[in-house]
Ligand binder design. Structure first.
Ligand code: SF4
Length: 349
């Protein structure tokens, strides 16, 4: 057995035999949620260690007003919404973008934000509005796209942004009394902002954070580290091959060039101060009204995405789970994306 295998075996044995105080650990990254399910991690843990998914799926946290605005834009003359596939199926307050498209609205699905460039060049009389959702991970991509738009002087692309940032939402969860004793910090986000970006928060809330990658080994190491650091406000980097303590300075500079922080509306969670990125005033002519998002009324009033995203209930506690709400007929955003909290639990069973 290699040294690595021996270490992993010891970690597994420790986590299975754990008999200390109850530990509820939140993963705040949708990719972690799906990796945890795929690797069967909960079955490897003591009953005293519970994993709970948080607000880490970008599609899930996008409020209904954002979807409503995409729908309204898709119906405007000489306008086409450009989006990733998931957003087409997310319910707004009264329907989806896909339904609007079927009824005559214009929405184009792309695999890369850069596909918008070719669309805009081919149809200069149409305004293409890119639906820019995501976290710190995707903000540099949107900044690069704007960089290219400016270089090529393309006049007919706009952004409707709903880009959110992780430390403020974790802070808000803790301030709201979240029953959590540690966090698996998002690996992809940490690649950009760095492991150290979570230090002030860890010290403030006096909880351990483990930055993790996306294999079973990464996740088990992070959970083990968090359990062993219980009660201490520390950040441990279990993904050093990808995450530098200070993050990616080039990506940070690119984001800072075009974006500035601002308050943001989260699905089911309200407005969280300083938790969004918006285009700076100098680039506001490329914005399609991102700062005006105000309401968050779910299409189905019984949808409990907000509580699911805060980790206060399991998707199974939602009365619509697997009844009215299924992957084919999602009633809330958490049942749409492959990283969605409800879809992950649906796929588990
Ligand atoms: Fe919303 Fe469906 Fe999840 Fe219930 S199961 S919280 S309706 S997405």
């Amino acid at each position: 057995m290699s040294d690595l295998d021996q270490t992993l075996a010891a970690v597994k044995a420790r986590l299975k035999a754990y008999d200390g105080p109850r530990m509820r650990i939140m993963e705040v990254c949708g990719s972690h949620t799906s990796a945890i399910v795929k690797n069967g991690i909960p079955g490897l843990l003591s009953p005293k260690i519970e994993l709970v998914a948080g607000p880490g799926c970008p599609v899930c946290v996008t409020p209904t007003d954002y979807i409503d605005r995409l729908i309204a834009l898709s119906k405007e003359k000489d306008t086409c919404v450009v989006t990733f596939g998931d957003l087409l199926r997310v319910p707004g307050s009264s329907g989806t973008l896909m339904q609007a498209k079927t009824a005559g609205g214009r929405a184009a699905m792309v695999y890369s934000p850069f596909d918008t460039l070719a669309l805009a060049k081919a149809e200069p009389e149409t305004t293409f509005v890119f639906a820019a959702v995501g976290f710190e991970t995707t903000a540099p991509v949107y900044a690069l796209l704007l960089d290219q738009i400016l270089k090529e002087q393309i006049p007919n692309i706009r952004f409707l942004t709903a880009v959110k940032t992780m430390p403020p939402v974790i802070d808000a969860l803790c301030a709201g009394g979240a029953d959590v004793q540690g966090f698996i910090a998002p690996g992809h986000v940490a690649v950009v902002i760095g492991a150290d970006a979570f230090k002030p928060l860890a010290e403030k809330v006096q909880l351990p954070f483990g930055v993790a990658g996306f294999t079973g080994r990464h996740l088990l190491a992070a959970i083990d580290g968090i359990v062993r650091a219980r009660g201490r406000g520390v950040v441990m980097n279990f993904y050093p091959e990808a995450v530098a303590q200070g993050g990616n300075a080039k990506a940070q500079a690119l984001v800072a060039k075009y974006f500035e922080p601002g308050d943001a509306l989260w699905r089911g969670m309200g407005v969280i101060p300083g938790s969004g990125y918006y285009l700076k005033a100098a680039y506001r002519r490329y914005d399609a009204g991102s700062r005006a998002l105000q309401h968050d009324r779910p299409m189905n009033a019984a949808c409990r995405c907000g509580e699911v995203l805060k980790g206060t209930i399991s998707p199974k506690d939602c009365p619509l789970f697997k009844t009215a709400c299924t992957p084919l007929h999602p009633q809330g955003a958490c049942m749409v994306s492959a990283e969605g909290n409800c879809l992950s639990v649906y796929n588990e069973n």
